[in-house]
Design a protein around this ligand. Structure first.
Ligand code: SF4
Ligand SMILES: [Zn+2]
Length: 360
């Protein structure tokens, strides 16, 4: 991870001291369709990705957490099909959540009738022993791991300040497949410092890389960038150096993904997620105008609930034909963007700005 990006990210996270160390308990968060997230407070991620506002350390009160998880699991919504286990970073990180607590939570979840259990974690926290144990505890459920990748492009990972080695990640994904546990990989649309065309191409290349290098069981979850409070990206946005992406950019990516791969593509955080701190909205969703907003939301929720490749193809084709003045404006903005520096020069320039602004 880069020194300046890391330090600046932690400055943003520490802006409000009330968040770090705050007492919170487990909670159930709807994530769209039949999917829900079981959030468990943890010691917080120690990485410093520029778009992420996880990483706040919360006291881990084992007994209270277990009691709350028991309660949540007893009263799960009737339509639930997928339950995602999530912490303030990586659920399988022993630094964040004691190993014993990870397994105790899984044992409670194992007793529910939820069809699919997903665990969100960094690939570096996935070990042979853990996968074996997870499969043993969650026997009878379909189990998968959700791992953050964002991009397979080296320069984009540098911009995100994302600590991953793509070859290592592929190895973990392959090993999981051999052991009988599926993975889904999170990929972002809308990296800072890239032009719109570069952002779209970066995501398409990443999708192609995953399709080529990972087992067929690997799912890809696309996220349009949401600008969250307490992130370095929010600082860049406030300084006028990052623009919130258009929904039409996200749609363009979906349209350009090979049609026969759409059954492996899922979407998340398209504008349905709430992120509140101190009772205030702390998130900026992708943008569109009021004329097409409802149509876009309808598309997203239909796509999330689509249960066949043909249905996804039909939905993407249909939304592709929608016209709107903000879509035309998006196309113009994309065509007009010009840059005269390569990506590494842009990153160096950004770090220089951050160095001055954060006095680093
Ligand atoms: S994206 Fe993942 S690895 Fe990066 S800071 Fe957030 S929780 Fe940590
Ligand atoms: Zn519009």
């Amino acid at each position: 991870m880069d020194n300046i990006l890391t330090k600046a990210t932690w400055r943003m996270r520490k802006t409000d001291d009330c968040l770090a160390g705050q007492e919170v308990n487990a909670s159930l968060i709807p994530t769209g369709g039949t999917s829900y997230q079981l959030y468990v407070p943890s010691g917080g991620c120690h990485n410093a990705c520029v778009f992420c506002n996880y990483g706040f350390n919360h006291p881990v009160r084992k007994e209270e957490i277990l009691k709350k998880v028991e309660h949540i699991c007893r009263y799960l919504p009737a339509n639930i099909e997928t339950l995602i286990l999530e912490s303030s970073g990586s659920f399988l990180d022993d630094r964040e959540l004691p190993l014993e607590l990870q397994y105790q939570i899984m044992e409670i979840v194992a007793k529910t009738s939820v069809y699919r259990i997903q665990i969100e974690t960094h690939y570096k926290t996935v070990t042979y022993e853990k996968v074996k144990k997870i499969l043993q505890i969650l026997k009878g459920h379909e189990v998968s791991l959700e791992l953050g990748v964002e991009s397979t492009n080296h320069s984009t990972l540098k911009i995100y300040n994302k600590d991953i080695d793509v070859a290592e990640l592929y190895e973990v994904v392959g090993n999981c497949d051999t052991l009988g546990i599926e993975t889904s990989l999170n990929v972002m649309v809308g990296a800072p410092l890239l032009t719109i065309q570069e952002q779209v191409q970066d995501t398409l290349n990443t999708v192609q890389d995953i399709l080529r290098c990972c087992p067929e069981s690997t799912a890809i979850v696309l996220f349009p960038v949401n600008v969250k409070d307490y992130t370095l990206l929010k600082h860049m946005y406030n300084q006028g150096r990052y623009s919130v992406i258009s929904h039409w950019e996200f749609i363009e990516v979906l349209e350009k993904i090979p049609k026969d791969a759409l059954d492996r593509i899922f979407i998340s955080w398209w504008g349905n997620r709430v992120n509140e701190f101190h009772g205030k909205n702390a998130i900026i969703h992708p943008r569109s105008c009021n004329n097409c907003h409802d149509r876009l939301m309808k598309f997203y929720s239909s796509f999330v609930n689509a249960d066949s490749l043909q249905e996804k193809q039909r939905l993407v084709e249909e939304i592709g034909e929608v016209t709107c003045q903000c879509r035309t404006a998006y196309e113009k903005e994309k065509a007009d963007q010009k840059v005269d520096k390569d990506i590494y020069e842009r990153l160096e320039e950004e770090k220089e700005n951050l160095g001055k602004e954060f006095d680093l």
